[in-house]
Design a protein around this ligand. Structure first.
Ligand code: SF4
Ligand code: SF4
Length: 181
């Protein structure tokens, strides 16, 4: 949906050194360059406390996914992983800014042929993943993992998703505020 992602026109994005503009449909490589410019040009220090909470929430999500056997099931997928090429095109660029804020170095080329742009041999390169990546559990998981465990995973991951949503909205607000100056 066009309006759901960040749309930065050249007028709004005049603070950007190269006046790059993106939409939700822009190639992921452009979104990465845009996110890196915004990250360099914008003061996000007011988000420090919420970012710390996000780090902790991500850790809790990972712990519960590990404990309930989701990681084991996913690691057995190998080439059949659901992290396929093209999924990254649906990503909102604020997710990339969140990753930069948590110290992730974003890739500039695809490592795995036919895999998601952010996939490596060791798994996902992102700390902050899109909601679809966090939420998605395939049929195999529903068959292999107890339903109570799945509900527990979804409850814990829900805290991570709430924080990502709040932080993304704040990042968009900050970018718009910068563009008005
Ligand atoms: S969610 Fe399912 S298809 Fe995707 S990596 Fe995990 S087990 Fe494999
Ligand atoms: S961002 Fe990470 S979890 Fe999401 S599809 Fe790509 S590699 Fe998989």
């Amino acid at each position: 949906m066009e309006g759901k992602g960040i749309l930065v026109s050249e007028r709004e994005n005049h603070r950007s050194r190269r006046n790059r503009s993106i939409t939700i449909n822009s190639p992921v490589e452009d979104k990465i360059l845009w996110a890196e410019e915004i990250f360099q040009d914008t003061d996000f220090t007011h988000l420090a406390e919420e970012l710390e909470k996000l780090k902790e929430a991500i850790e809790r999500s990972r712990t519960v996914m590990n404990e309930k056997g989701i990681f084991k099931a996913c690691s057995e997928c190998g080439d059949k992983s659901c992290c396929g090429e093209g999924i990254e095109q649906r990503f909102d660029a604020t997710i990339l800014i969140l990753n930069l804020l948590l110290g992730v170095k974003l890739p500039h080329k695809r490592e795995i042929k036919h895999g998601c742009f952010f996939l490596s041999n060791r798994g996902c390169k992102l700390k902050v993943r899109e909601i679809i990546c966090i939420n998605y559990l395939c049929k195999k998981i529903y068959e292999e993992v107890e339903i109570d465990d799945i509900i527990e995973v979804q409850r814990i991951c829900g805290e991570e998703i709430d924080l990502i949503f709040r932080l993304s909205e704040e990042i968009k607000r900050k970018i718009k505020e910068g563009a008005r100056k």
